[in-house]
Design a protein around this ligand. Structure first.
Ligand SMILES: [Cu+2]
Length: 370
């Protein structure tokens, strides 16, 4: 079994050759190249959360080996500060660079002025780009805590992914409407809203080039972990906690405990299903140190409503699906987002997974801010 899908390899190889081979890439670029090459296998299906759980734990290990002062990744609980007036003031930007406008390279941070030729989505090699102006008045919102909570309330109580229960005579349904749209689908789509909001490299599969990727995915992994704690509490069987499709066959319940991970082919789902298997634990979110007083006026823009993903986006994410399946998936997500907004606006309490009591921290993942 190859570590990458053949279709992606045929695209990746010429790009790699043009850049002088793997040996000519920095480790930073190699990791992003891996993510891009495996892109179609690790997104848009049920392996997404499991692959990325292993991916960030592996990256954390690599960083610790490279630098003994690096004690572990932290997460950014963005769902707890989803409004531009909240997130734009976060001290994180003093460390990871500031976005200064659409298509423009970030200012400040350790990756300022470093270009990444391996990312061939741009006409010429660029350093990190984020597609908004931190001081501007049109800033996107991030997925809210209510949307993650509602994902569990709507889909999470039945388990992980989507089933194919409305297939007839053994045929797979062409239009899998809810309840075939599952918690893992909702969590993945909510996660994409952060990528989309950032733009630049974060909105293509070379996204690990931006350190935002790692603190975002650590947070997504923490949210997944909290949901698993709730499932354990409900006594949901282990198989039910992973059922759904996988890259092996996106039109069936091909995800099992024995499914090998893309790239990490020596591991199966069973090996990476729980964060404790990788010695990862999450501390509750905490506030980071206050930011120094801003030199310029910071954004106070109101929240922008959820902007729908384009058809081209779904085509890229939902590989191997019919146009009808993609349309149904997109409609399910939009319906879910609209339903969440309505519930929040009307003050209807959302019965999500119960907040967990504080845990001991081992690997030092913590939020700079809650
Ligand atoms: Cu990814």
């Amino acid at each position: 079994m190859s570590r990458f899908p053949a279709s992606e390899l045929s695209y990746a190889q010429p790009n790699l050759n043009k850049n002088g081979g793997v040996g000519n890439l920095t480790i930073w670029e190699q990791i992003a190249f891996l993510h891009n090459t495996a892109g179609d296998a690790i997104h848009g299906n049920g392996i997404f959360l499991l692959f990325h759980r292993k991916f960030i734990a592996w990256f954390e290990q690599l960083m610790m080996e490279a630098n003994p002062d690096f004690t572990g990744l932290f997460y950014w609980a963005t769902e707890q500060q989803p409004l531009p007036s909240q997130w734009s003031k976060d001290p994180i930007w003093d460390h990871l660079g500031k976005a200064v406008g659409r298509g423009r390279e970030i200012v400040g941070g350790p990756l300022e002025n470093i270009t990444f030729p391996i990312d061939d989505n741009f006409a010429s090699p660029r350093s990190l780009i984020r597609d908004y102006d931190l001081n501007g008045s049109f800033l996107p919102s991030f997925a809210s805590a209510a949307s993650y909570k509602n994902a569990f309330a709507r889909f999470g109580k039945d388990g992980y992914g989507h089933g194919y229960t409305n297939s007839t005579f053994g045929a797979v349904c062409n239009v899998c409407l809810p309840p075939d749209y599952g918690w893992a689908d909702a969590a993945q789509n909510l996660h994409f809203t952060f990528h989309k909001a950032q733009g630049g490299q974060m909105s293509n599969y070379f996204s690990p080039l931006d350190f935002l990727f790692w603190i975002h995915h650590s947070n997504v992994d923490r949210i997944y972990h909290d949901v698993q704690v709730a499932w354990q509490g409900m006594g949901l069987p282990q198989e039910k906690q992973i059922y759904g499709n996988s890259y092996l066959d996106v039109n069936s319940e091909s995800l099992t405990l024995k499914t090998p991970l893309p790239y990490f082919t020596e591991y199966t789902v069973d090996d990476v299903q729980f964060s404790a298997q990788m010695c990862v634990q999450y501390a509750p979110p905490v506030n980071g140190p206050p930011a120094p007083p801003p030199a310029t006026k910071l954004a106070t823009a109101p929240a922008q409503p959820f902007e729908k993903f384009t058809a081209a986006f779904w085509e890229k994410i939902l590989v191997g699906r019919t146009p009808e399946q993609r349309a149904a998936h997109a409609a399910s997500f939009e319906q879910f987002m609209a339903g969440t907004d309505e519930e929040v606006a009307s003050g209807t309490p959302i019965d999500g997974n119960a907040p967990r009591s504080s845990m001991r921290i081992k690997n030092g993942r913590r939020s700079p801010r809650a």
